[in-house]
Design a protein around this ligand. Structure first.
Ligand code: SF4
Length: 392
């Protein structure tokens, strides 16, 4: 089994972006010490909690392959608390040899000194939530930073010897036009990040902007959101633009210079194991999925009482795993290897999906390449329709 990825959730932000559907929240800094101590305590109690839930603690003993601090805005905790968590990870797991240590950062949330301190902690990859390089778009969704802040952060990160930087961009933000989208792509590319993630704004009731759009309201710049066709075009423009500049699209939303794919995120799409720490964090050991209670205060309270923070734990059936194999595997440009899938499960199990694969291939949505099947180039923008076919 490949070594697991280790994810630590820091669910706090300075403000809530209107498009955000994550479980992040704005909390007073007085809760940070307790949260940090709770994450450390969760590590100490992991073997007991895993056995108590019904999982093997094998995953706990394997060398950690990748480390990821996500959120939320992890730097909001401050360097000392992040250091305490990183040191606890090093004490608890065989993490010294991890191949990648990423932290998600928001422009304006880190000083040059903090970047140097992160480097000393072993962080070697920054994932910067740029979202746009147009100030009007940033302000309209409640971002607290400007395009200049992003450029300054990237420049400071280079000076602090970060040679693995990822930038996030979102297509379909309020006020976005073809010209402003191109402006963001140009500005992002000028920084020559090793990796870019391009997301399409999703209308989801869990975000303020999404729920406003669903009720046809006009608050939070809902009237200024371009239509779905615009976002789809913007996505295709980004694909072409980045491909022409040497970025390989290795996943539906992710582009990398050669060899700079996100090793941690690849684990999710390859059904490899990962452990999640912190409120709302998810874990997978190859046979079970579980997640912690979402509320940071409840999470901390449970650990303080010596209780497990695991709120949901379930065995994943063989059929579900195979569905997930197609569902997540087809997100990757390489697609899925049917021969290795047949070895992992059985030829009969995989053969059951043959009619679905052939039907999608006949419609031009999937293509065969040797023993692999992958999403056709023209199907990227409607990938969800393809994935639905792999649900029971
Ligand atoms: S900074 Fe990120 S996690 Fe926080 S509210 Fe904005 S999008 Fe959500």
């Amino acid at each position: 089994m490949a070594g697991p990825g280790l994810y630590t959730q820091i669910p706090f932000c300075s403000s809530k972006c209107t498009f955000c559907n994550f479980s992040s929240r704005v909390s007073p800094s007085t809760v940070f010490d307790n949260y940090c101590a709770s994450v450390v305590k969760e590590m100490d109690c992991l073997p007991t909690n895993l056995r108590g839930a019904g999982a093997s603690d094998n995953i706990y003993t394997l060398p950690i392959d990748t480390v990821y601090f996500g959120g939320g805005t992890p730097p909001i905790l401050g360097i000392e608390r992040l250091q305490a968590i990183a040191e606890s990870i090093r004490r608890t797991f065989a993490a010294a040899a991890s191949r990648e240590f990423t932290i998600e950062v928001t422009p304006g949330s880190l000083s040059p000194d903090s970047l140097t301190a992160l480097r000393k902690l072993g962080v070697d990859r920054l994932s910067i939530g740029a979202q746009s390089f147009v100030d009007q778009e940033l302000a309209s969704v409640g971002r607290l930073h400007s395009a200049r802040d992003t450029m300054e952060l990237a420049a400071s990160a280079r000076r602090a010897s970060f040679d693995n930087i990822s930038l996030d961009l979102i297509a379909g933000l309020p006020h976005q036009t073809q010209a402003s989208w191109q402006e963001s792509l140009d500005a992002a590319e000028r920084l020559r990040p090793e990796h870019l993630s391009v997301y399409i704004f999703e209308i989801d009731e869990k975000s303020r902007l999404g729920s406003e759009l669903l009720k046809h309201g006009s608050l939070v710049h809902a009237n200024d959101v371009p239509d779905e066709a615009f976002a789809a075009d913007a996505y295709e423009v980004a694909r072409e633009f980045l491909k022409a500049r040497g970025y390989c699209q290795y996943e539906i939303s992710n582009f990398a210079l050669p060899g700079r794919e996100s090793l941690h995120n690849l684990k999710y799409w390859r059904l490899e194991p990962y452990l999640g720490l912190g409120a709302g964090a998810h874990s997978f050991d190859g046979a079970h999925r579980w997640s912690n209670t979402i509320s940071p205060s409840e999470y901390a309270a449970k650990l303080a009482l010596g209780e497990t923070p695991i709120a949901d734990f379930r065995k994943v059936s063989r059929d579900e795993l195979i569905e997930e194999f197609f569902f997540t595997g087809l997100r990757q440009a390489d697609g899925v290897d049917l021969s290795s899938a047949a070895r992992r499960w059985s030829a009969t199990d995989i053969g059951r999906w043959q009619p679905v694969i052939e039907g999608l291939a006949a419609r031009g949505l999937l293509e065969r390449c040797g023993n692999s099947v992958r999403l056709a180039d023209s199907a990227y923008i409607i990938s969800n329709e393809v994935f639905q076919e792999f649900l029971p």
